[in-house]
Write a protein that binds this ligand. Structure first.
Ligand code: C2E
Ligand code: MG
Ligand code: MG
Ligand code: MG
Length: 282
C-alpha cells in the first residue's frame, strides 16, 4: 500500500511538473508573438514633486494584453523574457515607445517632464545597449537628461565591473540613472558609492511604515540622509496615503510615486491628470 501511494505521489508530482513546463512553453511561444501582434503596451504612473504634488515625470510600466488571459503583469512575464533573451527586444521597444510618448507630452504639457524606464540587468550588460539608447534619443528628440533608466542592483551583481562601465557610457550620453527598489537588494551599501547613478528609489517596503510615528520611520530617514551625503535625488515608491506623503515631505524627499497620487494608467488617462495643477486634485 505504502508503495502504491508513493508511486501515485510521484505521478501527481510528474503531472504537476509537466503542466508547469507546458504552460511555460506556451507562454514563451505566446510572448514571442506578442510584440509583433501589438499586445504589449505601456502604462504610465506619475512621479510627483512632494513639495507641491505637481507631476514631474512618469515611470513606464509594461503590460501584456493577452487575447485569452487578459492583462498580464510584468512580474508574470518579465522573468521569462529575461531567461529567453526576449527582454532585449521587448526592453528596446519599451524604451523607444516611452521616449516617443514623452516627446509628445513635453510638447503639450512642459519640456521639463521626465520619463523613467525599467531596464533589466540582461539589457544593461548587452553590447548593443548604449547604441540603442543613443538611437532612442535621436529618434525621439527628447533632451537626454529627461530620460531616466531604472536599474535594480541584484541584476547588476552578475558582473559589477562591466555594469559600472556600461552605466558610465550611458551617463556620458547625458541620460540619468536611478537605482530601483533601493534597500531590498544585496550589498546595497558596499556598491552604492561606485555606481554612477543620479538617484535612488526607496522601495515600497520602507515607505509603508512612513508616518506611523514608530521605529519603522528610521529606515527611510537614514536612506534620505545617505542620499543627501552622496548627492543623490530620491523617489519614494508606493505612497498610498497622505500620512506617508507628509512624512516623506517633512524629510525633504524630493519625489513621490504611488497609488495615493495615481495608479499606473494608459496614456489617455494620464492626459486627464496632466491638465491638473497637482495630484490628488481636491
Ligand atoms: P518597479 O520598477 O519597482 O515598479 C513599481 C511597481 O510598484 C509597479 O508594479 C507599480 O504598479 C507598483 N506600485 C506603484 N505604486 C504602488 C502603490 O502605491 N502600492 C502598491 N502596492 N504598488 C505600487 P508593476 O507595474 O506590476 O511592475 C512590477 C515590476 O516589473 C517593476 O517594479 C519592474 O521591476 C518590472 N517592470 C515593469 N515594466 C518593465 C519593463 O518595461 N522592463 C523591465 N525590465 N521590467 C519592468
Ligand atoms: Mg521601476
Ligand atoms: Mg521600484
Ligand atoms: Mg519595487
Amino acid at each position: 500500500r505504502a508503495k502504491g501511494a508513493g508511486r501515485n505521489r510521484v505521478e501527481v508530482f510528474d503531472d504537476a511538473l509537466r503542466a508547469r513546463a507546458m504552460s511555460r512553453l506556451r507562454t514563451e511561444a505566446d510572448l514571442r508573438l506578442a510584440a509583433d501582434r501589438h499586445q504589449l503596451t505601456l502604462f504610465y504612473q506619475p512621479i510627483v514633486r512632494l513639495s507641491d504634488q505637481s507631476i514631474a515625470g512618469f515611470e513606464a510600466l509594461i503590460r501584456w494584453m493577452h487575447p485569452e488571459r487578459g492583462m498580464i503583469s510584468p512580474a508574470d512575464f518579465v522573468p521569462l523574457a529575461e531567461d529567453t533573451g526576449l527582454i532585449l527586444q521587448i526592453g528596446r521597444w519599451a524604451m523607444q515607445e516611452a521616449a516617443e510618448q514623452l516627446a509628445r507630452w513635453q510638447k503639450d504639457y512642459g519640456s521639463g517632464l521626465f520619463m523613467s524606464v525599467n531596464v533589466s540587468g540582461r539589457q544593461m550588460l548587452d553590447d548593443q545597449m548604449v547604441d540603442s539608447v543613443r538611437q532612442v534619443l535621436a529618434d525621439s528628440g527628447i533632451p537626454p537628461e529627461t530620460l531616466k533608466l531604472e536599474i535594480t542592483e541584484s541584476l547588476l551583481m552578475d558582473d559589477p565591473a562591466r555594469a559600472v562601465v556600461m552605466m558610465q557610457q550611458i551617463r556620458d550620453l547625458g541620460v540619468s540613472l536611478s537605482l530601483d527598489d533601493f534597500g531590498t537588494g544585496y550589498s546595497s551599501l558596499s556598491y552604492l558609492h561606485r555606481y554612477p547613478v543620479n538617484s535612488l528609489k526607496i522601495d515600497r517596503a520602507f515607505v509603508s511604515g512612513a508616518g506611523s510615528g514608530d521605529r519603522r520611520e528610521e529606515i527611510p530617514r537614514i536612506i534620505l540622509l545617505l542620499a543627501k551625503s552622496l548627492d543623490l535625488d530620491v523617489v519614494a515608491e508606493g505612497i498610498e496615503n497622505p500620512e506617508q506623503a507628509g512624512f516623506l515631505r517633512s524629510l525633504e524627499c524630493r519625489y513621490g510615486q504611488g497609488f495615493y497620487f495615481s495608479r499606473p494608467a494608459p496614456a489617455a488617462e494620464i492626459e486627464r491628470l496632466l491638465v491638473l495643477p497637482c495630484l490628488p486634485a481636491s
